[in-house]
Ligand binder design. Structure first.
Ligand SMILES: Nc1ncnc2c1ncn2[C@@H]1O[C@H](COP(=O)(O)OP(=O)(O)OP(=O)(O)O)[C@@H](O)[C@H]1O
Length: 212
C-alpha cells in the first residue's frame, strides 16, 4: 500500500485550483512502461489542480463497457467513421489493438484546450513517434522505473494483469526505455519516491515555455 503525505496545505490547494494555470498551454504527452506510475502521477496533478488539466478523450471503435460514458471515457465511433477521420488527417496518433482502433483526434484536443485547460495525453511509444512526426505542438514526459525489479513488483502489486500480460508489458518496457534513451522527451522522471517524482512533474508542467 502506497502512503502519500498531503502534498500541499488546504490554502495553497484552493489558490492553485482557481488561479494557477501553466504558462505553457501545449498538451503534455506522458509515456513510460506499463505499471511505472503514469496514471498515479497525473491523477495527483489533476487532484491538486482540478481546473488546470484535463485528460484527453480518445476515439475508439470498441463498444462501451458497462459504466463507461460516451465523451467521458472515449468517443465511441464506427469503423467507417474512424477510417474517414484517418483519411481527413484528423488524428495526431492512432493504433490498432486487437480488432479495435484507438486514436487521439486533433479536434478533440483543440476543443478541450479551448476550455482553457492543458490537455494531458497518456500515450505509448508509437503514439509519441506519431505525434512528433505530425508536428502537433506538445511537451513530452517519460516516466522511467527505478529498476526492472521494481517495475515488475508494481505490475504484480496492482493485481490487474495475468502472467502473460505481465511478461508482455515487461518486454515492451525495454523498448520504451531504449526509445527514451534517444533523447526524444523533454523531461525524464524516474518514479522512485512518489512525492519526489510528483514534484518533478509539477515543476516541469508549470515551467515557462523558455524553461522547458
Ligand atoms: N513511486 C511509487 N512507488 C511505489 N509504487 C508506486 C509508485 N508510483 C506508482 N506506484 C504503484 O504502481 C502501480 C502502477 O501504477 P499506475 O497504474 O499508475 O501505472 P501506469 O504507468 O499508469 O500503468 P498503465 O500504463 O498500465 O496504465 C500502482 O499500484 C501504483 O500505486
Amino acid at each position: 500500500m502506497l502512503y502519500l503525505r498531503p502534498l500541499r496545505s488546504c490554502f495553497v490547494y484552493k489558490m492553485a485550483s482557481s488561479a494557477n494555470l501553466p504558462p505553457d498551454r501545449r498538451p503534455i504527452a506522458i509515456s513510460g512502461p506499463s505499471g511505472v506510475g503514469k496514471g498515479t502521477l497525473y491523477k495527483l496533478l489533476f487532484a491538486q489542480y482540478p481546473d488546470a488539466f484535463t485528460l484527453s478523450v480518445s476515439h475508439t471503435t470498441r463498444g462501451p463497457r458497462p459504466g463507461e460514458q460516451d465523451g467521458v471515457d472515449y468517443h465511441y465511433v464506427s469503423k467507417e467513421n474512424f477510417t474517414e477521420l484517418i483519411a481527413e488527417d484528423g488524428f495526431i496518433e492512432y493504433a490498432q489493438f486487437g480488432d479495435n482502433l484507438y486514436g487521439t483526434s486533433k479536434a478533440t484536443i483543440e476543443e478541450q484546450s479551448a476550455k482553457g485547460q492543458v490537455v494531458v495525453l497518456d500515450i505509448e511509444m508509437e503514439g509519441v513517434k506519431q505525434i512528433k512526426a505530425s508536428g502537433f505542438p506538445a511537451r513530452y514526459v517519460f516516466v522511467a522505473p527505478p529498476s526492472e525489479e521494481e517495475l515488475e513488483k508494481r505490475l504484480r502489486g496492482r493485481g490487474t494483469e495475468k502472467e502473460e500480460s505481465i511478461q508482455k508489458r515487461l518486454a515492451q518496457s525495454k523498448l520504451e526505455q531504449e526509445f527514451a534513451k534517444t533523447g526524444v522527451h523533454d523531461k525524464i522522471i524516474v518514479n522512485d519516491d512518489l512525492e519526489k517524482a510528483y514534484k518533478e512533474l509539477e515543476d516541469f508542467v508549470f515551467a515557462s515555455p523558455t524553461e522547458s
